[in-house]
Design a protein around this ligand. Structure first.
Ligand SMILES: NC(=O)c1ccc[n+]([C@@H]2O[C@H](COP(=O)([O-])OP(=O)(O)OC[C@H]3O[C@@H](n4cnc5c(N)ncnc54)[C@H](OP(=O)(O)O)[C@@H]3O)[C@@H](O)[C@H]2O)c1
Length: 338
């Protein structure tokens, strides 16, 4: 325990987008937090963590998923371990060596530290909807829930787009679950969809530029958004604050178990363009990018019924609400002009 008897939680990868938002929310809710970064001396990447220290007891430690035992100090004394850091290099030259193997090895590495700590009562693993919905599309509309797994053999044979990312998430989930069963760890896995909204982190490489691409005109970032729709039959979204609330919810709920899809809206690129066009007329939605085959409504929806059924309530339920603060955030990160 840190911070005078408060519950302590470890969040891996505190300089990342989602982890930075979770660190902030945990501190605001009275937790003492230990977070890890690979390079504590990188002032640009970590400056928000210094600011968050004003909110409560926050310790920043160095740890690397590739180094065995590196997380021992970070999880020592913690009740909850939120595993959020993961390799996310979608364009690795050698995806097996640079993404899949390190993702699985790194997850087990942190879990071994959790066993050693003897204080961790629950591990909350952040996987991805990519581990749920990357599989051949079937005809007609359909709804996927936690029983659905992305098809590793199909992904490895087709090697389309960033195929290794969903493979890494399926394999790390399965290995984590096996390890948890063997070592008597209570493991809960959250599968977030495309995550949008403001967070403390000031350097972003993932979903935020993609979600703003219709306003920024960034074609590579738009390719990510369109690629999600083409590969999975829709664009499922959640606000980062709801995702962090869901992470805390499944940590604290004694009965929580297994996987939880975290998704509040199933939408399409065309619908996002319509909503953004109405909401931000000053940005001129880049309709020239809306060429080719686009869906008018999702062919595949991801269901959050399990999470909701266990009592979780989403705060941001419409695209309009999900996009409430991300434009200001995009300006602060220079993704959008001021
Ligand atoms: N954003 C989304 O829409 C979304 C949706 C579903 C799931 N997720 C999952 O959520 C998690 C966080 O994603 P994010 O969007 O917040 O991405 P992010 O900002 O890129 O964060 C990734 C974090 O992982 C760390 N990391 C990577 N390799 C590492 C290693 N070898 N050792 C230690 N740390 C390492 C990074 O640290 P460095 O800065 O040092 O590289 C960074 O802190 C990931 O597991 C991602 O797959 C994200």
């Amino acid at each position: 325990m840190l911070g005078g008897g408060r519950t302590t939680a470890c969040v891996t990868g505190g300089n990342g987008y989602i982890a930075s938002a979770l660190v902030k929310m945990l501190l605001e809710n009275g937790y003492a937090v230990k977070t890890t970064v690979r390079n504590p001396d990188d002032v640009e990447k970590n400056s928000h963590l210094k600011e968050l220290q004003a909110l409560g007891s926050l310790e920043v430690l160095r740890a690397d998923l590739d180094e065995e035992g590196s997380f021992d100090d970070a999880v020592a004394g913690c009740r909850y371990a939120f595993l959020i850091a993961a390799p996310v290099n979608l364009h690795a030259k050698d995806p097996e060596k640079e993404l899949i193997e390190p993702a699985v090895r790194g997850t087990l590495n942190v879990m071994r530290s959790c066993v050693k700590a003897k204080t961790v009562t629950r591990v909350i693993l952040t996987s991805s909807a990519a581990a749920v919905s990357s599989r051949p599309l079937q005809d007609g509309d359909h709804v996927l829930d936690e029983e659905s797994w992305s098809d590793v053999e199909w992904l490895k044979s087709k090697k389309l787009g960033p195929w290794a990312y969903p493979v890494s998430k399926v394999l790390l989930e399965k290995e984590a679950s096996k390890f948890a069963a063997e070592h008597g760890i209570s493991l809960v896995t959250v599968c977030p969809v495309v995550t949008v909204g403001a967070a403390p982190a000031r350097k972003i490489h993932t979903s935020v530029p993609a979600s703003l691409s219709l306003l920024s005109g960034d074609e590579a970032a738009f390719g990510v958004l369109k690629g999600i729709e083409m590969a999975t039959g829709g664009v499922p979204m959640v606000h980062v604050a709801d995702l962090c609330r869901a992470e805390m919810f499944v940590a604290e709920a004694a009965a929580a178990a297994g996987r939880y899809i975290c998704c509040s809206v199933n939408t399409t690129v065309s619908e996002i363009a319509r909503v953004l066009g109405d909401k931000y007329p000053q940005y001129d939605v880049k309709t020239n990018m809306l060429s080719g085959e686009l869906l008018q409504k999702p062919r595949v929806c991801l269901s959050s019924a399990k999470l909701i059924g266990e009592g979780f309530v989403y705060k941001y339920k419409t695209l309009d609400e999900i996009y409430g603060d991300v434009v200001e955030y995009g300006k602060a990160l220079a993704i959008l002009p001021n």
